[in-house]
Write a protein that binds this ligand. Structure first.
Ligand SMILES: [Zn+2]
Length: 671
């Protein structure tokens, strides 16, 4: 831990050197290394990730030849390339996740495992820095993916995508272990990239086929202070959609028009989410206002027309892509787990840029629902798509009707493993004398507020209930503003748009008190601000009333017409066959509904289950949190419940024909 502190302080010295010329996000996250999570909801998931998923994913990478590919490219063993060229990135992503866990939990076995693995990766790197095991093993092995020469088929090769994950892993490993082994590989690679791609006469002027290297280059810039990595990230963002530099590849790769002219989220949703995150980073670091306007417009489009209630994005299985505006089907919704992660990473950056809690409303919805559904409670079974309905038979999960142990393209399981530890870095943030509490996750944080150390302790059983207690620790009185996020769901706005609304007229109460004395809700950009001189032992209590809410979708969403969904706090509910005699798809919830919520400690790791009964019919259902479904084998599952027989029998949940029949003021743009 001491070593880690030295590395971090070195990084901040380097940071101070460039801070003079470079801007940055006005709000700074409190890194997860300064946060201790002791939370009844998240700690078990983080421990499962550390103790099970990290090792499980490495084992799968071994079994499937992903790790041997590095050894083969490095001539440490004989053999042919096995798998798909983008498999290299899977190994980098597990290393990133492993490094995050090592930063908090020293583990000699894991540390040595990484050392051995990094030897293989370094051996696979060609002398000039090129790293792409498939071509190095056999330049002709997968010409269906890559071109006959380096970088000659960027639209499909993933040569640059893999490197983005290498850079993220290398920075994580360097910061966690104070070892430069993987960082040296990354820097050597980045030198080659900066030399090869750029505006110069002999340089290539093409964007990566799958965005990700933009985020990785910014991380290399932050770790080293080398401006050229930031410039390179900017180059890759700038060149996308520029017909004067290359043959455009179209909307699937967001390469249909320059990023500053884009206003609708289109194409492959993971690519898009990573691009928008990279653009946000570059915008924050360079102060480019045209970039900010572009991602603001794209965000408005996603949040008002292209996001599911679970926070999932990328509705269409066709190209793993965004659908048309308001085309948000349920059973056929794709909503890749990686896209949920990309969406969360993007919204975190939007918050750091603008300081508005509305971005955290999206982030919270993603992490408690459409992301978390991707990993089984056991940590070793996964969903790739995350639909909002299943008949228990359709093989929606890459050929399976239930959670799978792995996938041919296994991007999601290895993304989960690196994302879960990162959640701790979304909880707190600072801006000068402002301290933000963004998420209600129990534990403590030590942070620096304009040179003064502050310690916060947060106790809660959220999302089981909405009682939150925060204890302040300071050395002597300190004046600062505590900004507590009041979630949108508490202020009767499920998402910051008109895409979903609560259809029950309830008005849940918020109570805020300091040292037991009620204080008014001084709301600004979604935060309750408490400005005062704080003393050690001061306590803040926030009480968020958490009734079950009935959600209605915008009438343009055909799939959800005459249907309700239910949620409580940040959790979207679903009904699963396992709690309902095997049947949920035949239920109609008409008329006045009655809810009864119960804490069930022994169900699915502990959940608040809700019994919903329709007064005027025999229909009733037990609801569980959406994230917990699919842990008991193939099952019927539903999030949006019909209110009449006609809806129940309708199979037309997303057809363009149905969209075309909308009354004209509601008619969304259909391309
Ligand atoms: Zn994925």
């Amino acid at each position: 831990m001491k070593k880690l502190a030295i590395v971090l302080s070195l990084a901040s010295v380097v940071g101070a050197a460039w801070a003079a010329q470079i801007q940055d996000y006005p709000i700074r996250p409190v890194p997860f290394t300064a946060v201790r999570v002791e939370d009844s909801f998240w700690s078990p998931r983080m421990e499962t990730n550390r103790l099970t998923t990290v090792w499980y994913d490495f084992k799968k990478c071994e079994e499937t030849g992903r790790i041997d590919n590095f050894a083969k490219a490095g001539k440490l063993m004989p053999g042919q390339f096995r798998g798909t060229p983008f498999d290299d990135s899977d190994v980098f992503k597990v290393i990133e996740g492993a490094a995050y866990t090592l930063a908090l939990h020293p583990d000699e076995k894991l540390d040595h495992y990484l050392d051995d693995l990094i030897v293989k990766i370094a051996a696979a790197q060609e002398p000039d820095g090129y790293l792409y095991t498939a071509r190095t093993i056999d330049p002709k092995c997968r010409l269906d993916f890559f071109g006959p020469t380096r970088w000659s088929k960027l639209e499909g090769s993933h040569e640059l995508y893999n490197l983005g994950h290498l850079y993220e892993a290398a920075v994580a490993h360097f910061q966690a272990r104070d070892k430069r082994t993987l960082l040296n590989v990354a820097l050597k690679s980045a030198e080659l990239i900066c030399k090869t791609f750029g505006p110069g006469p002999d340089q290539l002027k093409e964007p990566p086929g799958h965005e990700e290297i933009e985020i990785g280059l910014v991380k290399l810039f932050r770790a080293t202070g080398e401006r050229k990595y930031l410039d390179q990230a900017r180059f890759f963002c700038d060149i996308r959609g520029r017909a004067d530099t290359h043959k455009l590849r179209g909307p699937y790769q967001q390469d249909h028009k320059p990023i500053v002219d884009q206003d609708e989220a289109v194409g492959h949703s993971v690519r898009a989410g990573y691009l928008y995150s990279g653009v946000a980073d570059v915008a924050a670091l360079t102060g480019d206002t045209a970039y900010v306007s572009a991602i603001d417009r794209l965000w408005d489009n996603v949040v008002s027309k292209k996001i599911h209630l679970t926070g999932g994005i990328g509705a269409s299985p066709d190209g793993e892509a965004f659908g048309a505006n308001y085309d948000l089907p349920n059973a056929t919704a794709y909503l890749e787990t990686c896209a949920a992660i990309a969406n969360a990473l993007w919204n975190e950056r939007m918050f750091l840029l603008h300081g508005d809690a509305k971005y955290l409303d999206v982030l919270e919805r993603v992490i408690y629902n459409g992301f978390l559904s991707g990993v089984a409670l056991t940590g070793d079974r996964f969903f790739y798509p995350n639909p909002l309905e299943s008949d228990g038979k359709a093989t929606f999960n890459m050929g399976s009707c239930e959670r799978a142990p792995w996938f041919g393209c296994s991007c999601c399981p290895v993304n989960d493993v690196r994302f879960i530890p990162e959640i701790a870095s979304f909880i707190y943030a600072t801006r000068g004398n402002d301290l933000f509490v963004n998420l209600f996750i129990g534990g403590s944080a030590r942070l620096d507020l304009s040179g003064t150390p502050v310690e916060l302790k947060l106790a809660t059983r959220y999302p089981r209930d909405g009682a939150i207690a925060i204890n302040v620790g300071v050395n002597g009185p300190k004046e600062f503003t505590l900004n507590l996020r009041i979630p949108g769901w508490e202020l009767s706005k499920p998402l910051p748009s008109d895409l979903y609304r609560y259809g029950d007229g309830l008005n849940p109460k918020v109570k805020l008190a300091v040292n037991g004395k009620a204080v008014p809700l001084n709301l600004e950009k979604g935060f309750a601000k408490i400005a005062r001189t704080w003393k050690s032992g001061d306590t803040v209590s926030l009480d968020l009333e958490m009734p079950v809410r009935k959600v209605v979708a915008h009438p343009a969403v055909v799939a959800d017409r005459d249907r309700f969904a239910f949620e409580r706090g940040p959790l979207v509910f679903c009904a699963e066959g396992a709690d309902n005699d095997g049947k949920v798809l035949d239920k109609i919830l008409a008329g006045k509904l009655h809810f009864q919520t119960d804490w069930r400690a022994n169900l699915l790791g502990g959940v608040v289950a809700t019994r919903v009964s329709a007064m005027d019919s025999r229909n009733s259902l037990t609801l569980i949190p959406y994230y917990a479904w699919g842990n008991r084998g193939p099952n019927e599952m539903r999030v949006w419940f019909p209110t009449s027989q006609t809806v129940k029998s309708s199979s037309r949940e997303s057809s363009r024909e149905a969209l075309a029949q909308l009354p004209s003021p509601l008619k969304p743009k259909v391309e």
